[in-house]
Ligand binder design. Structure first.
Ligand code: CO
Length: 144
């Protein structure tokens, strides 16, 4: 497993358009929001140099809605792009890390994704992603 880059830092918001306007004030342009059906979220990338901020808002995602209800808008997760997501999950599970997703599932921006539990990552929710058009074996779309 190799981490290729920090793909994005995700910010949970209840209003994507308002959050996009806040970044526009910094001279940064949010891309058009995408409905991520598998995750029941709406997401919009704000490209910043080689990286991105990802604005995410719930579209039926109860966990994300709870996060917003309890804590308000704010930093939600980091996303690391890896070279081989299936291999990464097997390797990390072997090391005893707690996985939220045992198998990749469809994420935003054309990526396959899987989340690691914050308890195994210094209190930070970490998403792993791999640019992958095809569904890897064993991947079952799940709504979280
Ligand atoms: Co993300």
């Amino acid at each position: 497993m190799k981490v290729l880059r920090l793909a994005h830092v995700a910010v949970a918001v209840s209003d994507l358009e308002a959050a996009g306007a806040a970044f526009a004030a910094l001279g940064l342009q949010a891309q058009a929001p995408e409905l991520v059906a598998a995750q029941r979220t709406r997401a919009a990338l704000v490209p910043i140099g080689a990286g991105n901020v990802e604005l995410i808002a719930p579209a039926g995602n109860e966990g994300l809605q709870r996060f917003l209800d309890r804590r308000g808008a704010g930093l939600h997760h980091l996303c690391l792009e890896v070279d081989d997501l299936v291999a990464a999950l097997a390797e990390l599970k072997g090391k005893g890390l707690r996985l939220i997703d045992e198998a990749p599932r469809p994420g935003a921006h054309g990526y396959q994704v899987a989340f690691l539990h914050p308890a195994s990552c210094g209190g930070v929710l970490i998403e792993l992603c791999e640019a992958a058009p095809a569904s890897p074996a064993g991947a079952a779309p799940s709504a979280k």
